[in-house]
Design a protein around this ligand. Structure first.
Ligand SMILES: O=c1nc[nH]c2c1ncn2[C@H]1C[C@H](O)[C@@H](COP(=O)(O)OP(=O)(O)OP(=O)(O)O)O1
Ligand SMILES: [Mg+2]
Length: 199
């Protein structure tokens, strides 16, 4: 059986990938299956650079086709921050602290000025391919005045979707994948990867 690895330790991302990126043709693993795999330092300045770092570190270790996601939240009133630094916004990768800092930095900013987007870059690297396959996705929304919902991860409870009158954390994994940055990027990947890959 062919194997593909998703180079993530984030259980929320792993769940989203597993729910839409699957096929009888291959088995999907993530770094949660290899807890001993060391932390990959995300030293890039862009989502694409970081996704490449993660995809190549894991591909080289396992010699298997590997997909990495690097993603983040860009808030207009904060000039695009936290952006590439979304995971480390309030220090060390702590969702609750990140959300609290976001609410505090946006204190006093009215609803119509709380526009934001989630952005995701996926890099697919494979041992027999010289070039990586790179796709991107985004979704626009508003940063809520308070958190709502228990599903999802990261900034989902604060990411409000006006058309649905729900936050990202109030959607099921399938509903989120249908509209999210990562869902859009995975849909693009689905259309391209089988023609691209050299197994
Ligand atoms: O759908 C999302 N819903 C909510 N928050 C999200 C989402 N997508 C990215 N985010 C936030 C979480 C984290 O603060 C940062 C990603 O950082 P990023 O380095 O790409 O992921 P990560 O460190 O959690 O896992 P990993 O690097 O192992 O894939 O942006
Ligand atoms: Mg990370």
């Amino acid at each position: 059986m062919k194997e593909i690895i998703i180079a993530t330790k984030n259980p929320g991302k792993a769940r989203e990938f597993k729910s839409i990126f699957n096929d009888e043709d291959f088995t999907l693993k993530t770094l949660l299956d290899f807890p001993e795999f060391p932390e990959i330092r995300e030293t890039g300045k862009t989502f694409e650079e970081n996704a490449k770092l993660k995809a190549h570190a894991v591909m080289e270790r396992f010699n298997l086709p590997t997909i990495a996601d690097d993603s983040g939240l860009q808030v207009d009133a904060l000039y695009g921050r936290p952006g590439v630094y979304s995971a480390r916004y309030a220090g060390d990768h702590n969702d609750a602290a990140n959300n609290a800092k976001l609410l505090s930095e946006l204190g006093g900013v009215p609803k119509e000025k709380r526009t934001a987007r989630f952005f995701s870059t996926l890099v697919f690297a494979s041992p027999n391919n010289d070039e990586d396959l790179v796709v991107e996705g985004e979704v626009k929304g508003l940063i809520g005045l308070f958190p709502a919902g228990d599903d999802g991860f990261g900034y989902d409870p604060l990411f409000y979707l006006p058309e649905l009158d729900k936050t990202m954390a109030q959607l099921s994994v399938d509903e989120k994948n249908a509209i999210s940055h990562r869902g859009h990027a995975i849909q693009k990947l689905e259309k391209q990867w089988q023609d691209w890959i050299k197994w």
